[in-house]
Design a protein around this ligand. Sequence first.
Ligand code: FDA
Length: 319
Amino acid sequence: MLQAVSKAFFSVLADSKGLKSLASRYGMRAHGGGFARRFIAGETVEEAIEAARAIERDRLMVTLDFLGESVATMAEADAATRAYLGVLDTIAASGVERNISLKLTQLGLTIDRATCVDNLRRILDAGQAKDFFVRIDMENSPFTEVTLGVFETMWQQGYRNVGVVLQSCLGRSEADAARMNALGARVRLVKGAYKEPKDVAYQSMAEVDAAYLRIMRILLAGGTYPAIATHDPAMIDATRAFAAERGVDPSSYEFQMLYGIRRDLQASLVREGYRVRVYVPFGREWFPYFMRRLGERPANIGFVINGLLREQRTRAAAT
Ligand code: FDA
């Protein structure tokens, strides 16, 4: 219950254009933004690469996400695409793993599907030439079908360096998992980070978890190198048990977790021989991502308030 309220509250904040632009203008170090560093590797690609190197030293894998959300004009979509292409060059030159995650609204999905497809194709072409894997993150439910549709368009055009995400909170996702398995597409399974209406989504955690387990089995039994993305030990244990029972080798799927969350669990899975990838977000548009992370765990609110109070005390002492 508390988690549902917290998710709803923070999803309103995440959508606030005023707060977003304030956060981008003043940066992560101001006004409590320092706490965001726990979840976000930094504002620049260089900071993200530094974080990725440290993660790789610990024998984990990475996917880098240049944070950005819905753009409002074609010019912004083009600028975001060019910025992403620059990020690909920098990552390729750095030597860290070539694996990125992006959102289609960042590339103009809300303006025009064809523009978004063109922009995604530019990224996939550059990515293919440099041997990148590109994961299309899943946004909220108004974008589910169109995101899968854009993905299928790319797949039909022969791109294979691309994968999608399915959210177990949505009632449709079991059928979507079968649809993606039939293609041979790589799927990342998550519970879902957005507040969704009850006509499309399960409202209780128990239902979301039960659906997660059903879809995990569909992906492990018939999918292509699925990514089981969760910090929930119950989901992870069930995945390991199902894989062992079915003789699915640990090299044919991977676990994924978010930067800064359950590092202990990330490390212990690697020690036991599992493949674990860490999702490393970075960029000036960190605010909505940060708000979604806070909404997932009401205890995080306490950390932020403490951080703000500490910052205020430091400022007061300095004046
Ligand atoms: P759950 O929320 O039940 O948490 C289980 C445990 O994990 C908690 O008890 C706590 O210990 C820890 N935990 C979880 N969230 C935390 C937080 N914010 N702060 C501190 N501890 C926390 N969603 C989406 O809609 N589209 C997407 O494309 C993606 N992509 C994505 C990639 C990767 C690699 C991951 C791991 C997750 C996503 N998500 C996502 C987010 C996902 O939908 C979900 O919101 C979070 O993973 C939290 O759900 P859990 O499965 O961890 O379970």
